[in-house]
Write a protein that binds this ligand. Sequence first.
Ligand SMILES: Cc1cc2nc3c(=O)[nH]c(=O)nc-3n(C[C@H](O)[C@H](O)[C@H](O)COP(=O)(O)OP(=O)(O)OC[C@H]3O[C@@H](n4cnc5c(N)ncnc54)[C@H](O)[C@@H]3O)c2cc1C
Length: 411
Amino acid sequence: MDFQDSPEEISFRQECRQWLQDNAPQKQRSDEISGQGLTSAQLLQASREWQGRRAAAGFGAITWPVAFGGRGGTPMQEVIYRQEEGRFNVPPNYFAVSLGMVLPSLFAHASEEVRARYLGPALHGKELWCQLLSEPGAGSDLGMVRTRAECCSDGRDGWILNGQKVWTTLAQFAEFGMVLARTDPTVPKFEGLTSFFIDMKAPGVEVRPIRQANGESEFNEVFFNDVFIPDSQRVGAAGAGWKVTLTALMNERLSIGGVMPPDLWRTAAQIMRSAEFNGGSAMADGRMRERLADLYLNAHGLWLLQCRGLTALGKGKEPGPELSIAKIVGARTLQDFAYFAMDLQGERGVLAAEEVGDTWQLVEKLWFGAAGMRIAGGTDEIVKNNVGERVLGLPSEPRMDKGVPFNQLPR
Ligand SMILES: Cc1cc2nc3c(=O)[nH]c(=O)nc-3n(C[C@H](O)[C@H](O)[C@H](O)COP(=O)(O)OP(=O)(O)OC[C@H]3O[C@@H](n4cnc5c(N)ncnc54)[C@H](O)[C@@H]3O)c2cc1C
């Protein structure tokens, strides 16, 4: 394991830091959250502008090929940029799904004309994309997608889309979406799927935001009622939708891997010093210190895992199981931290963050949001299944649907 940057990485890190210093204010505290008090629409606008500036400076999509407007850089450079950007107060990244998951599928599987038209505006923050995969009956088992796309029977060169998606992040703001639909129900479930991209403002597309417990609406239900999709918006061959989707899912897991802010235990220690427990400081109580020690050990273990993954990336290798393990432990630790911090508040825990102080913005955000990190990009159970099967070599789950046509599967 190598903890040091190589000479090239040092010089790239300096380049990133210099550009960030010239273009963004530094964070006052590591747990500072940007854009407090702004509406989602205002945050999106700020995110569009920041993405545009990043792209103009060559930091917009570091690992994308130069031919598509990227920098042609390494995954390690992407990580270095993200580490450096984390020290600055910049708008939240609304383009993570577009650029990190959806568009890589487009440049891997779409035609030259499609790439030429759509990659640039997304890279420069002008067009936002969403990922239309999950449905009420198809989440962990995405092969069960029921949304149908049927060839037009009226002579038009295209498809008619009907069905429903759910949990679609940022669909209410997106200009375009990549949709996975069933085009042939007479073959086994993974073989009858096709990917398309759609204009989210096309007739028949209805987006209904889902109101969350924290008052925000990051996700949506999306309904398709006889939506016409020109065949030129098919991505990959008919029936090859699963292959296209795997490109997006692989990228999704890569980008969700490093979720743990390294300084979180310091925030917990600061909260403990000021919190009261059994008539004294929480820091004076052995059981409370044990919880802080657990948090520190998990954070440190995750940092070492990240170093191992980064060393593999730096040597041009694929990281091993580190990303899966980091996702399971990282998301769980974030949730434990938020619950612990909230418990320390006692009755004051019911107050909103703005009533108790700045540190609580992060606690509140994680208290509501960490559970979602344990679901998005593969639930804890699914990631554990993958580690069991692919890393530990345990027997795979029984598959009763193998080789059975989709329309003969029990409902
Ligand atoms: C923050 C967030 C953002 C998201 N954004 C998007 C998006 O932009 N686009 C999109 O398409 N989707 C999105 N999703 C949806 C996400 O992909 C699904 O929620 C996820 O795949 C799980 O599917 P599900 O909710 O249908 O749960 P289910 O698959 O129904 O799972 C329910 C429970 O059963 C368990 N389970 C299921 N199968 C197994 C098994 N084989 N073995 C053991 N346990 C199992 C699961 O672990 C879980 O605990 C998002 C979700 C979150 C939380």
